[in-house]
Design a protein around this ligand. Structure first.
Ligand code: HEC
Length: 445
């Protein structure tokens, strides 16, 4: 057999000064170049993610954890899949849950046909490169061996990445309602962020168990806000009026800031496309007395005017189908002081005062954030990492099924690290040059 470009590493054995040549197997390269950098931060012993997914992808453990092993995901199990099948060829590929979870090019099929397979990996839109995908595919097709070279390493050089399809308006939901914002213009070299309060025209509270959002390119985030109970009508904004957050002069619009004080986060995303379903029997209650305040933030760093547009589908179920009402939360640390030319880590713990089950969390910060970790604080799972990201722009929205249960007095510890290369102290604020430290999500009691 012809041998292709094998990587040879030379180890200088200290005692005896003897040189030894070692060929890296395809599996070793998958571990070193793909799993360790892109997956093991989450899939590692001691994290809630590892408990939930059952999958430890740390070096030395990943092979036995995947090859010939049944997935923990019950839908995939019922479909007869292995995490990685060693049957080889098309059959091996077709039976490998791992391939379904990472093959970004088949994403539309995955999302449409396998909603119960969980998220694609890694979560968010930071897909593996085409080279990494082809390399893993070649390895699975070769029967997923632990040793030996079964794929050309040059394949890895292909750094293209799957791009999600262009913006397409959503069809309105069968049960529920749709919101549509825009199209609107975003000036060149401008960050346009505005709020628009919209009448949802509901006469009774509705129970929401799925939210779809679709946005035109260039969005930094999109959030739907309701209002905290007790907000009086004179504290609510006018319907269908765009309230700019940032003025062309660079300053902030204070009347808009004031209107944000009574907000209650409802749903949001930092990806161009979201399709989020709550577990069966769990739904978010949306109070009929308020509309939804749509908040869009587009960043246009080009020299031409850009167009923004957002569709949101709010899918509802009958109250009789709801066993648990999910409550939305935001844990916000406004106490941020990030000195110039320094890397700073900020910690803050938020405790619960009664048993609370968390079903979803995701972080929100701006561009100086380099790492955001959430740990359980107190109780039998003290110190367990439930959330990790190094991506301020597209942080993964993590869902926990079963939810993470905390008892009274236990809490979630937010640990955020920021790198401030500027000459100025950076504090909490709304501009992208300010910083934020927020954990969003929902829970039920
Ligand atoms: C941000 C954290 C995070 C990262 C990074 C991550 N995963 Fe996951 N993974 C999860 C969570 C949470 C689950 C369980 C829920 C789900 O499947 O969506 C999961 C589930 C899985 C499963 C299903 C396991 C089973 O038996 O059901 C596979 C396979 C998997 N991940 C592979 C990967 C691979 C490969 C990578 C890197 C390319 C990766 N993950 C990166 C969080 C992560």
């Amino acid at each position: 057999m012809k041998k292709y470009l094998q990587i040879t590493i030379t180890t200088l054995v200290l005692f005896g000064c003897e040189e030894k040549n070692e060929t890296q197997s395809t599996w070793q390269i998958i571990e070193r170049d793909i799993l360790t950098p892109s997956c093991a931060n989450c899939h590692i012993e001691g994290t809630a993610i590892m408990k939930q997914s059952g999958l430890d992808l740390s070096e030395g453990k990943a092979y036995d954890a995947m090859v010939g092993v049944q997935p923990k995901n019950t839908a995939a199990q019922n479909d007869g899949l292995f995490i990685v099948s060693n049957a080889g060829g098309m059959k091996g590929l077709g039976q490998s849950f791992l391939w379904e979870k990472i093959n970004a090019h088949d994403r539309e099929h995955y999302l449409a046909d396998h909603p119960e397979y969980g998220q694609m990996m890694p979560p968010g839109e930071n897909f593996l490169t085409d080279g990494q995908l082809k390399y893993v595919r070649a390895w699975i097709e070769a029967g997923a061996p632990e040793s030996g070279v079964v794929a050309e390493e040059t394949i890895l050089a292909d750094s293209n990445r799957y791009e999600p399809p262009p913006f397409t308006p959503l069809e309105p939901p069968e049960k529920g309602f749709q919101l549509h914002l825009g199209p609107f213009e975003v000036d060149s070299n401008f960050e346009r962020e505005f709020f628009q309060y919209t009448d949802t025209k509901q006469t009774n509270d509705v129970f929401v168990n799925r939210v779809e959002i679709e946005m035109r390119k260039g969005s930094h985030h999109f959030i739907l806000y309701s209002f905290v109970p007790g907000t009086s009508s004179d504290q609510l904004p006018n319907y269908e009026e765009a309230r700019e957050l940032r003025l062309k002069s660079g300053g902030l619009n204070f009347s808009t800031l004031r209107s944000m004080q009574h907000h209650q986060f409802f749903a949001g995303t930092q990806w161009p496309r979201l399709d989020y379903r709550l577990p069966p029997g769990v739904a978010l209650r949306l109070p009929a007395e308020f509309g939804l305040d749509q908040n869009t933030h587009y960043v246009n760093r080009t020299d031409s005017v850009m167009t923004g547009e957002v569709y949101s589908n709010i899918h509802t179920v009958d109250e009789s189908e709801v066993n648990h009402i999910a409550e939305l939360f935001s844990m916000t640390n406004r106490d941020l002081t990030l000195p110039p030319k320094k890397v700073t880590t900020v910690k803050r713990t938020f405790r619960v005062d009664e048993t609370t089950l968390f079903g979803q969390v995701f972080s929100h910060a701006h561009e100086k954030m380099t790492e955001f970790i959430v740990e359980i604080d107190g109780g039998p799972r003290d110190g367990e990492v439930i959330y990790w990201t190094d991506d301020w722009e597209h942080p993964p929205i993590l869902n926990y099924d079963p939810p993470i249960t905390l008892s009274a007095g236990e809490g979630l510890k937010l640990i955020a690290t920021y790198d401030n290369p500027t000459d100025l102290t950076v504090r909490f604020g709304f501009a992208s040059t300010d910083e934020m430290m927020i954990l969003f999500g929902w829970y039920y009691k």
